[in-house]
Design a protein around this ligand. Structure first.
Ligand SMILES: Nc1ncnc2c1ncn2[C@@H]1O[C@H](COP(=O)(O)OP(=O)(O)O)[C@@H](O)[C@H]1O
Ligand SMILES: O=c1ccn([C@@H]2O[C@H](COP(=O)(O)O)[C@@H](O)[C@H]2O)c(=O)[nH]1
Length: 202
């Protein structure tokens, strides 16, 4: 199994790049794991308490479960990937049965901050977009898709997103084998990653 880690700040375009990569690849051969599925289970907190959580700090992620799941997949076993609700700031009761594939892509803002998880990646990719571009995309996405309003996104950006990005996420760029510039759609970089995957599948 080839495991590809794709990191980068919120709004840099990780999900979009992953979708572009897997588009046109046989879906029985390539699987995706999202770090967002592994936010800690916060069911013991009220909605108000959950909304105060710093979701951009590595301790917000259940890396133990993510590591166990990646190991299971490596050993050929299926896993039950949790499903996360951004609207409720919590895991749902649902899971997705995820089967091992020849290539597994793991994407998320913090996946390269954890040494054990980082070591599991055969290829490490960092998607870069400038912070103003990321903020604009985040604003649009969170208002349209994640039930947030302008003030909420901007307050979170100033209080946690920006400092956490600088402290934890941006430094992981140094671990990357490939950095994808993504201020604009980057079809060349996507084609290169897809051809690496195709070599593995051949
Ligand atoms: N290169 C790009 N140019 C313009 N908009 C983009 C680009 N990549 C992604 N987007 C848009 O930005 C938003 C955030 O992208 P997404 O892939 O969800 O980022 P991430 O997963 O890194 O948080 C989405 O609405 C997406 O359509
Ligand atoms: O309950 C939550 C959990 C996370 N977030 C924010 O999501 C982003 C990470 O997702 P991307 O798709 O990579 O942008 C992170 O910056 C958290 O602040 C949230 O808003 N609510």
């Amino acid at each position: 199994m080839l495991i590809i880690g794709i990191a980068g700040g919120t709004g840099c375009g990780k999900t979009t790049v992953v979708n572009q990569i897997i588009n046109e690849l046989p879906n029985k051969e390539v699987g995706v794991i999202s770090q967002d599925s592994y936010y800690n289970d916060l069911s013991y907190l009220s909605y108000e308490e959950r909304s105060q959580i710093n979701f951009d700090h590595p301790r917000a992620i259940d890396f133990e479960l993510l590591g166990n799941h990646l190991n299971e997949l490596k050993h050929g076993n299926p896993i039950h990937q949790p499903v996360y609700s951004f609207v409720n700031h919590n895991r749902t009761k649902d899971t997705i049965l995820t089967h091992p594939r020849k290539v597994m892509i793991v994407e998320g803002i913090l996946i390269m901050t954890n040494p054990q998880i980082r070591e599991m990646f055969d290829i490490k990719i960092f998607v870069h977009a400038d912070s103003d571009e990321r903020l604009i995309r985040r604003l649009k996405r969170d208002i349209n898709e994640r039930g947030r309003d302008l003030d909420e996104v901007l307050e979170r950006y100033q209080k946690t997103l920006k400092p956490m990005h600088n402290q934890f996420i941006e430094p992981t760029k140094e671990y990357a084998d490939i950095i994808i510039p993504n201020n604009k759609y980057n079809t060349v970089a996507v084609d290169i990653v897809r051809s690496i995957i195709n070599q593995k599948l051949a």
